[in-house]
Design a protein around this ligand. Sequence first.
Ligand code: F58
Length: 830
Amino acid sequence: STSGERTAKAERMFELMDGFLKNDPLSLQKDILDHVEYTVARSRFSFDDFEAYQALSHCIRDRLIERWHDTQLHFKRKDPKRVYFLSLEYLMGRSLSNSIINLGIRDQCADALSQLGFEFEVVAEQEGDAALGNGGLARLSACQMDSLATMDFPAWGYGLRYQYGLFRQVILDGFQHEQPDYWLNFGNPWEIERVHVTYPVKFYGTVEEEILNGEKYKIWIPGETIEAVAYDNPIPGYGTRNTITLRLWAAKPSNQHDMEAYNTGDYIDAVVNRQRAETISSILYPDDRSHQGKELRLKQQYFFVSASLQDIIRRFKDVHKDFNKFPDKVALQLNDIHPALAIPEVMRVFVDEEHLGWNKAFDLTCKIFSFTTHTVQAEALEKIPVDLLESLLPRHLQIIYDINSYFMEELKKRIGLDYNRLARMSIVEEGAVKSIRVANLSLFCSHTVNGVSKLHSELLQTRVFKDFYELWPEKFQYKTNGVTQRRWIVVSNPNLCALISKWLGTESWIRDIDLLIGLREYATDISLHQEWQMVRRVNKMRLAEYIEATSGLKVSLDAMFDVQIKRIHQYKRQLLNILGIIHRYDCIKNMAKDDRRKVVPRVCIIGGKAAPGYEMAKKMIKLCHAVAEKINNDSDVGDLLKLVFIPDYNVSVAELVIPGADLSQHISTAGHEASGTGSMKFLMNGCLLLATADGSTVEIIEEIGEDNMFLFGAKVHEVPTLREKGSTIKVPLQFARVVRMVRDGYFGFQDYFKSLCDTVEGNSDYYLLGADFGSYLEAQAAADKAFVDQEKWTRMSILSTAGSGRFSSDRTIQDYAEKTWGIEPCRCPL
Ligand code: F58
């Protein structure tokens, strides 16, 4: 069309546009009712809470889309350097409340609903969790997306759109059972399907050579092609118009028809085969330890990496003619080593498709990648069997070999012919099963490797990646994790949020967390104390109601609510907690009746999922139930001690439990928790911590001081010596006694618990439960003592919140932006 026609068309478009969607309660009501009729297809005269949730979500979605379009257009015009965050896991939880709060229209929505006869909280409860991840790493990604949007960074998240999220945990007779989480059953208003944003992803096949203009090139002739379809999830920032994209890929059968199959007449088989393609993005692996050598897992990794890179390179090429500026425009962040196939894939595209030549391609590659590791366990570092890689991605294996030869040459220049060390550092591991060490590949090809806490980084430098650190110390950084205060205070603890804003005289801390420190000034103010206690009690009430609804158990609000919620792991030592509870029970039983009056009442709350194949973790869950059964039904004990296992722990459950906790436990054996982020959420909410000096706790101590928490246990440097001592360590008598109670069948299931008891006795006590038991009990006693003094407890609680600013993901992201990615804010004008 001519330019005159185009202008006329644009003018007409403007005429037809009503302006932006309005956010006053009346406009919202109209929009909700429209969505009830036209999206949900119900009558505006009769719809229920769930339908109200659907309609409201669509209203919010419309508003998100407006801002998202503006933001994307703004980024396009400005063409800033962008960060692309590659992660196989995101634990987003619910989106409605979070979006409404970030859009700044919480009160308007609540008003609109209430005039229609609905209650906001009840409507928000209708939403299910998006649980596309396992634990800490995945929730961290979600917090970081929120911070990236809020701080106006030009960022994209990429991941997989699993059809089955993390399994639902069902407890039957005290045992964990896993049920599939088919979370898309009721539709997902928070995603936008981009039917036209699709890329072919190839697998299998052979590598051949071709000659082009006298040069030899490798070409990969794939054996299978699967289509990746984009689903965009807009992520709104708080206090800004910026709304960024989390793009998740779903696998669909490719449109390239296999004529052969159709011609032979086996139509049904051909269609069924195509349908199988979808399995690639169907299931999240529920193991949060390691995944080794599974073909489907490898396919998932490559599928999402390949689609994301095609998308990223296409976006770059829309604007730039050659690749010289690639590192100035693109930062690729590998969230752990699971997306590390991005490295050989970028090399393949540069060398085989863009014909940049090996040296230039490698130079560019090394400038764009950074990675963050989330573990201390060397055994969690992924290895890919060469056989598997060779069949699935033959060209990538060649590229990795080429990178490794170059790496070995470089190494020899630095360290000479130290063959042991060369073998240790090599990307290719020889041995019974020849395999690729993904961590070594990532270390060599990334410009930066980050740990997730100061202590974690020290362990990486001195143990896990020592060889690499000695040669390339400049690559090593750390960014202590953080969590977003938007979700973990504003959404989940609205009363505390209002109280903080009242005393600080501003809501600015929601964007500028450093202001929280201002609460320190009022830590001894009696009127703040009263209001603080009131807020905490209301939260405890909410939690007590939930406990009663899920387990039938009535708990006293005067008791200390003592919580440990996280994935179940031996190193996280839920068993230490349970043995401590048995000890407490035993003490109460053996006390004279009169003395029982001195006991500080407790409600012990444990929650978490065990990986389906993790036997010891499953036994801990059963033990918790067996002990609870005994204690909760013992009339000698009454309200002095209760034990509750909260089933199906997830993000939404955490939002309810954390604000209601008085004390929370973070009790991993020192040197095992890379960071830990649960502790940060509790800290923000004024819950006191009972913890070992592990992961980020070390830095929490720096912020709030040892006096404001209950610290115990062996320090990192003491752990190796204690392990060497093994059974010669003097273990407290009480420890032997409680383990014996379990062994002797005091809680039933004697045979079943035997192997669990074996893991904590004598030389087998790898996680040092026995060695730490004495100081654990002392810390518990100190917590009891402090709890009786409510003034002291409240002061400690206020100081915890006041000191939590350093643990906001806003600070983490600011650090990444400056020190690792080299990106700057790009704020969309209002
Ligand atoms: C967790 N790792 C760390 N890994 O355990 C925790 O200390 C840290 O705070 C958190 O990351 C965030 O940095 C973690 O969650 C996994 O879930 C992996 C999933 C895939 C396989 C290997 C473990």
